[in-house]
Design a protein around this ligand. Structure first.
Ligand code: TYD
Ligand code: MG
Length: 505
């Protein structure tokens, strides 16, 4: 029997409540609750199981109609039983190749069979372009691609593919399924897989999850319940058939994966596709990955004929840098296994208004407030009556604590009107007592900086009192080691003082 119920969902994070609330207990957003009718079919007595018979009776599990449960999990009596771990082959985590290698790295080295990847990003950032490009490359490798078109007509997708260099005679394995009704879609996918059971791998791209809807859910497409349900059913489909599925999800203005946030726990990998400062640069980062590390970053450029990996991505954020200006410091930050040289800019000027302003872009503003407080207390800089602006040049974003010292050097440099020399790198994490700490993977950071013409680095002593390891000793850069912020700031704006001090000592 069908029973109508209403629930309230937060539009920002998908948190569910039985009653309306002004403030979401999940994410703290105000006035974000929306009412949703949900229809539940009451289970028949004894039908709350997992056997294929009962799975057919309710809305959940109809994906199973044409497919048995895991064959190993079905005992001789036809009932479900646990599968011994030793009987499960690890070959199930086969990886399909991915090109460009930038994207493969973010996925953890390839696309795992049967995995579900969600690709989130703002409308227009290039999600469909990225997936169409990947799809065309896969069909060249003999992998079939089924593109579920919920947002665009097949003709629009063909036009996009042509911009990306589609060759009709060679790329026949790329097909479009223009359907948004989940049940019809699954039927079509099952039939397609059965008809084409020739061992060819198939990858499914669902663009987008917000357009799909199931007849078992009584709410509009894109609502949290629809997204949750459709996503769950597709994830189940991927795991049972071994076909990897990409789910495209739009994000809200605030940068959250709105409805799709609900899917994060169901999918294996969550990729974020973002632009940088309105330019052609696009970045894909993994925020969750069951088959690889998070923090990896793929940097690409959107051109007229598709997305291309960026050469020299390591210095991407330094382009357009001028020398000799106060208020700029460069550090080397890690994003997964990649190293990027990033310029932090600061502007400190006496405030003309009652309350000094603090405006920050590309770094967490609380972190800047903390670093400014340390500068005041430990290095004796007076920022109290000043407006403070901090920005990461080139639209980059820094989470790496190794950039602390560079942010402070930029602030001090602007306040004192003394530039940090163009060839000086500033590296280090700073503690509340003003101590400068070392950073992870120092060698690769120095290597990247050395390769791009940096001559000296102000940093923490990597091995206080001891010897430098051979690799660091061999570095062509001059290593200026410091222990406190005060010392670091003084040397960053005047590294010559280091040589003078050495000559004296
Ligand atoms: P699209 O992939 O449709 O974005 P999304 O799926 O994330 O909404 O791409 C949107 C933009 O990309 C569009 O403004 C046009 C631009 N674009 C290019 O610059 N080059 C290309 O080769 C293609 C296909 C699109
Ligand atoms: Mg799109």
């Amino acid at each position: 029997m069908a029973k109508k119920n209403t629930r309230f969902f937060c539009k920002d994070c998908g948190h569910e409540e039985l009653r309306w609330a002004g403030k979401c207990p999940g994410c703290g957003a105000w006035n974000s609750f929306t009412e949703m009718k949900i229809e539940t079919t009451s289970a028949k007595k004894g039908s709350r199981g997992f056997t294929s018979k009962t799975r057919d009776s309710g809305p959940v599990g109809f994906a199973n109609k044409t497919m048995a449960a895991w064959p190993e999990a079905v005992g001789p009596d036809g009932k479900l039983r646990p599968i011994p771990l030793s009987k499960i082959s690890s070959a199930e985590t086969n990886r399909l190749p991915v090109e460009p290698t930038e994207v493969a790295r973010v996925l953890g080295g390839g696309l795992v069979e049967g995995s579900v990847v969600m690709l989130g990003g703002e409308p227009g950032v290039g999600k469909s372009t990225l997936l169409t490009g990947l799809g065309l490359w896969w069909v060249h490798q003999g992998i079939r691609v089924i593109y579920v078109a919920g947002e665009e007509s097949p003709a629009q997708i063909r036009m996009r593919a042509e911009r990306l260099g589609f060759k009709p005679e060679k790329e026949d394995g790329f097909s479009i399924l223009p359907e948004v009704h989940l049940e019809t879609l699954l039927d079509a996918l099952h039939t397609e897989l059965q008809n084409q059971a020739d061992g060819t791998k198939t990858i499914i791209i669902a663009d987008s999850i917000q357009t799909l809807h199931s007849e078992h859910i009584d709410s509009y497409p894109g609502s949290p319940t629809q997204i949750k349900y459709c996503g769950g059913v597709l994830a189940d489909f991927a795991r049972r058939t071994g076909c990897p599925i990409f789910l495209v999800g739009h994000v809200t203005k605030s940068g959250d994966l709105a409805g799709p946030k609900l899917l994060e726990h169901m999918v294996d990998t969550v990729l974020y596709f973002e632009g940088s400062g309105g330019g052609p640069i696009r970045m894909v980062r993994a925020v969750k990955n069951r088959f690889g590390t998070t923090g990896e970053l793929a940097v690409m450029e959107m051109r007229g004929d598709g997305l291309f990996p960026v050469d020299q991505a390591g210095v991407l954020f330094l382009s357009g840098r001028r020398g000799g200006e106060p208020g700029s410091a460069v550090c080397a930050v890690k994003n997964g296994s990649r190293t990027f040289l990033v310029e932090v800019q600061a502007l400190v000027s006496p405030s003309r208004y009652g309350t000094p302003q603090r405006v920050v872009q590309g770094v967490d503003n609380k972190r800047v407030a903390l670093l400014a407080a340390i500068l005041e207390k430990r290095a004796g800089l007076d920022l109290g009556g000043c407006d403070v602006f901090v920005k990461v040049a080139g639209g980059g974003r820094i989470d790496d604590p190794g950039a602390d010292l560079a942010i402070m050097a930029a602030l001090a440099s602007s306040l004192r009107e003394k530039p940090v020399p163009l060839d000086t790198l500033v590296l280090g994490e700073v503690g509340l007592t003003g101590e400068v700490r070392g950073v992870s993977d120092l060698e690769s950071r120095l290597r990247e900086a050395g390769r791009h013409g940096f001559k000296r680095v102000v940093m923490a002593d990597p091995n206080p009192g001891g010897k430098l390891n051979a690799r660091l000793k061999g570095s062509k850069m001059q290593l200026i080691t410091v222990t406190s912020v005060e010392e670091a700031v003084a040397l960053a704006v005047h590294p010559g003082a280091f040589d003078e001090a050495r000559q004296e000592g």
